[in-house]
Design a protein around this ligand. Structure first.
Ligand code: NAD
Length: 470
């Protein structure tokens, strides 16, 4: 088994205490993770502060070139990183799984390297020259979740580094290993202290978000924790970007030819075993074709191999941890007890590990927890509706608004309905598809701020207006 260390100030740091990271397929030990103390956190923030003047004044083109090198480095370590992700998180090597995650991390890193934030001239005449400059916000504290550990780490870290910030990242204790290795690799390219990593759970996360030497927080995780992060941030008025939970609705318009859409609908719901913030989590289908859509969708779902992510035939891995498995089982049982029909799945196989079958729930209603709450599991409730206006109202009725989708034979007609959804991204005939140039973020309780593209880059900067009298 490989050994893992923290990286602080460019150096590998071992710790007195470690904790086990479990392989969700069979609960074997995927690796031992060093456990950071408050003292490690202090050292990490100090290193990031010390590295800030040098990194923020490094020529822009040089920073971009370093990021390009990191993209290449991630690519060169594709096999190693992707195996680590399967072992600690469960997603398969095949399909849109661990290899897809590593390739995405490399692609996002390069795309971020290619972005620019040039000075903007507001006025330039005989009265004044006014320009707007973007300056790095300072030291960034990043806290990441367990669902896409490497990809989300790159989403946090690369834009921060691109504009000249330095970073302390804390990954989820369920999936810290790929991040520890990523930061170790990045330190072969970057000056010491530019990126540092500490590990642990809620306690060290809370200390990082409260730490006075940190200027900005970027957090991806649950709404409940996001609120705590924002409260901590208020103590020293740190800037925040919060990417929180969602409960995305998908609406199939009446009369839609569903067969050609099944594959995209499947991945929209079940990518990463449903453990994706912007996965489709409630499917609204018109009364007139409800039975047909349920039957065709369930038949498609039943053909997909679920199991050990290291088996190349597997397309969906286990649920990532026991806590999430237990939540999924409780939601399915509540729906069953209230009269929902479990068309396929719904029962965990005997034995160790967190594999749960792909589950399609028919006759689900908005009152059931599996519809009201984010399942974050391979479970999709299908809900009946009678008018499109009613479906949109019900889709918009929750406190969250990350994504949403409308499915239909006429994409422009579907787009006009999609525009009425209260969410950060509205898709047509697809769900969850993202790219590094398009801003991504939530409305309502799904978050504050955006990631990706120039708008995402700006989140790591402060604005300075330079106003020169003539
Ligand atoms: P979580 O909120 O439990 O944990 C996220 C991270 O916060 C972990 O690193 C955890 O150790 C840390 N943490 C816990 N308590 C903390 C505290 N008090 N202060 C600071 N840090 C603390 O979330 P999770 O279970 O890891 O992730 C699942 C959730 O994340 C889902 O709700 C999902 O929708 C959401 N998510 C959102 C996006 C998005 O982009 N919007 C992406 C992925 C996941």
């Amino acid at each position: 088994m490989s050994s893992f260390a923290l990286t602080i100030g460019g150096k590998a740091v071992t710790t007195t205490r470690q904790f086990d990271v479990l392989n969700p397929f069979d609960e074997s030990i995927a690796g031992r993770c060093p456990e950071a103390t408050l003292e490690h956190l202090e050292r990490a923030v100090r290193s990031a502060r010390e590295a800030l003047p040098g990194w923020s004044s490094t020529p822009d083109a040089e920073r971009a070139a370093k990021l390009m090198d990191i993209g290449q480095l991630i690519e060169r370590h594709q096999a190693e990183l992707s195996r680590l992700i399967t072992l600690e998180q469960g997603k398969p090597q095949s399909g849109p799984g661990a290899n897809f995650e590593v390739a995405g991390a490399a692609a996002w890193t390069r795309a971020t390297a290619s972005l620019n934030l040039p000075e903007e001239t507001i006025q330039n005449d005989d009265v004044a020259r006014i320009v707007i400059r973007r300056k790095p916000v300072g030291v960034v504290g990043s806290v990441t979740p367990w669902n896409w550990p490497l990809l989300i780490a790159t989403w946090h870290v690369m834009p921060a580094l691109r504009v000249g910030c330095t970073v302390v990242i804390k990954p989820s204790p369920f999936t810290p290993l790929s991040t520890l290795r990523l930061v170790e690799l990045m330190n072969t390219v970057l000056p010491p202290g530019v990126i540092n990593v500490v590990t642990g759970g809620a306690e060290i996360g809370a200390s990082l978000t409260d730490y006075p030497g940190v200027d900005k927080l970027v957090f991806t995780g649950s709404i409940a924790t996001g609120k705590r992060v924002m409260e901590s941030a208020s103590h020293s008025l740190k800037r925040v970007t919060l990417e929180l939970g969602g409960n995305d609705a998908g609406i199939v318009l009446p009369g839609t030819n569903i067969a050609p859409l099944l594959e995209k609908l499947f991945w929209g719901c079940f990518i990463n075993a449903g453990q994706t913030c912007a996965a489709l989590k409630r499917l609204y289908v018109h009364d007139s074709q409800y039975a047909e859509v349920v039957q065709q969708f369930a038949a498609y779902v039943e053909e997909i191999p679920v199991g050990n992510g290291l088996d190349p035939k597997t397309l969906i891995g286990p649920i990532s941890n026991r806590m999430q498995l237990e939540k999924a089982m409780a939601l399915v049982e509540e729906a069953r007890s209230r009269g929902a029909r479990i068309v396929t799945g719904g029962k965990k196989p005997e034995g160790r590990g967190f594999v749960y079958p792909l589950t399609v729930i028919a006759d689900a209603t908005d009152e059931m927890r599996v519809v009201k709450e984010e399942q974050f599991a391979p479970v999709i409730p299908i809900v009946r509706y009678r008018t499109i206006e009613e479906a949109i109202r019900r889709a918009n009725s929750l406190e969250v608004g990350l994504g949403g989708s409308v499915w239909g034979d006429d994409p422009e007609a579907a787009a006009s309905y999609a525009g009425q959804l209260e969410c950060g991204t509205a898709w047509v005939n697809q769900h969850g598809v993202i790219n590094p140039m398009t801003p991504f973020g939530g409305v309502k309780c799904s978050g504050i701020g955006v990631e990706f593209g120039v708008d995402g880059l700006k989140e790591y900067t402060t604005v300075q207006a330079l106003n020169v009298a003539r």
